[in-house]
Design a protein around this ligand. Sequence first.
Ligand SMILES: Nc1nc2c(ncn2[C@@H]2O[C@H](COP(=O)(O)OP(=O)(O)OP(=O)(O)O)[C@@H](O)[C@H]2O)c(=O)[nH]1
Ligand SMILES: [Mg+2]
Length: 329
Amino acid sequence: MDIADLRDRILKQDRRALARAITLVESGRADHRAQAAELLEALRGHGQEAIRIGLSGTPGVGKSTFIESFGMMLTAQGLRVAVLAVDPSSARSGGSILGDKTRMEQLSRDPNAFIRPSPSRSHLGGVARRTREAIALCEAAGFDVVLIETVGVGQSETVVSEMSDLFLLLLAPGGGDELQGVKRGIMEMADIILVNKADGDLLPAAKRTCADYAGALRLLRKRPQDPEGFPKAMTVSALREDGLNTAWEEMCKLADWRRETGHWEARRAAQAEYWFFEEVRQALLARLERGPVKAALREYGAQVARGEITPALAADAVLKLLGEDEGKT
Ligand SMILES: Nc1nc2c(ncn2[C@@H]2O[C@H](COP(=O)(O)OP(=O)(O)OP(=O)(O)O)[C@@H](O)[C@H]2O)c(=O)[nH]1
Ligand SMILES: [Mg+2]
């Protein structure tokens, strides 16, 4: 593959080149990894800085519908929008963004939009790296907005928030007045909570839910990266395309404030550093899965279990082996 050519075509905003490059970063083959690294390095500092928006919500809350309406609204304003997904659960049925390409019918046909399904059958660490690299490629290809979707079922929100400038939490109107079991940690990540389906019969419930969450957000510890009034909760209807423009205005307001105060840049720098450490950590973990080290882990594990050696000594022995294994390669 001609990496220099691929680079030039991406910078010329060629979508097919972008799709090919994403396939390259998704590959686990060693030669592909090397080419991907070369490409990303060649693109570093080029293209433009997009606004990276993380979006999380439980199945059925309306993520796909929201992305379709919100995305169409942005492209109508002349913005170029890329949609990526972090989908950690292979168990997830039916709702994959791949299937969604048919549901996001209008957006997927829009020349100013680019929708990329999540790579499947991979652990979260692998998906995270690919998504992060795909974001970099989308920025190089001149996208203004990169939406990163994840289904809210655990760890993936953290992963997505660590690669986003803004994090949106999408909720559905609740029946009762209790908060919908949203974990505190996830609430703490949110910059804007959007209570969706604020239409028809659901409108009163949506307003109530929104008020509940607004109250809950006020109780959270104040974060330095928030101006007055943030994080905030608001209602939208993705289906009726209500409130989407207001939500976008709030996102821009928050983004502008963070840019002016330096929080934006500081966060991106911290994220880059975080992903560097994560990369090292993942590579080390991957090495534990290799032949002799893997066998030693199992063997020492059994010995520790039988009380024949202390955990500390066993760990020392495995780490020593890891060092020797490294010496050979
Ligand atoms: N009334 C109403 N229904 C909505 C709205 N947004 C989505 N829905 C409906 O909610 C259902 C689920 O919407 P999706 O957009 O597929 O939800 P999702 O979060 O992508 O779901 P998964 O992909 O399964 O995680 C569909 O029947 C939508 O038509 C809305 O604003 N109002
Ligand atoms: Mg969906």
